[in-house]
Design a protein around this ligand. Structure first.
Ligand SMILES: Cc1cc2nc3c(=O)[nH]c(=O)nc-3n(C[C@H](O)[C@H](O)[C@H](O)COP(=O)(O)O)c2cc1C
Length: 176
């Protein structure tokens, strides 16, 4: 069993989430290759399943991650796929169109799940323009990543990959 984890991350906090997922899968005896979306080759040949995630900027996935999904839509439709988005720090996405693209994609390719994880905003990492954008949306600075939730999600993935027939159906409330 070989799982590819593809991640879109600008400041590194989403990459750490992907690494935490990979670590759990490896502990469960699954081979994992983690790649940055910008560097990912278009081919999914040789992989049995995929976990793809991205930081959310202004309601959308990062370009490289979205491009990876678009380039691999057909292959992803034919393999077990889990998606995650990382961003919200306060009350979560505020605009009704937030993540609309990725929700549509998840439904189209029958992704097994799409989780939204809280992210991290470190003022020192941000450009002047990014700080201005953060002020406008009143997003709080800090590290809100929920490592327990992230690891237990990864455990669910590992269980489902080890025993696809035995696992519980994915909760509909978790798919967004
Ligand atoms: C300019 C800017 C815009 C953002 N827009 C959103 C947003 O629309 N929705 C959201 O949930 N999070 C938003 N965030 C929060 C980021 O997604 C969050 O900080 C994330 O953890 C960054 O991931 P990265 O470190 O992997 O780049 C924004 C952050 C910045 C700096």
């Amino acid at each position: 069993m070989h799982v590819i984890i593809v991640v879109g991350s600008k400041h590194g906090s989403t990459r750490s989430i992907a690494e935490a997922v990979g670590e759990v899968l490896r502990h469960r005896g699954i081979n994992v290759t983690t790649v940055d979306a910008d560097a990912a080759s278009a081919s999914l040949a040789g992989y049995d399943a995929a976990v793809i995630g991205s930081a959310v900027y202004v309601g959308r996935w990062m370009k490289g991650a979205q491009a990876f999904l678009d380039a691999n839509r057909e292959s992803l439709r034919n393999m077990p796929l889990w998606l995650f988005s990382s961003g919200p720090l306060g009350e979560g996405p505020k605009h009704p169109d937030d993540l609309a693209e990725i929700r549509g994609f998840a439904a189209d390719v029958h992704a097994k799940d799409h989780q939204i994880f809280a992210g991290k905003l470190d003022k020192a990492d941000l450009s002047f323009a990014e700080r201005a954008a953060v002020r406008i949306v009143h997003a709080p600075y800090g590290d809100a990543r929920e490592w327990g939730r992230i690891r237990s999600w990864a455990e669910t993935i590992a269980s489902e990959l080890s025993d696809p027939m035995g696992s519980m159906p994915t909760s509909t409330t978790a798919t967004q």
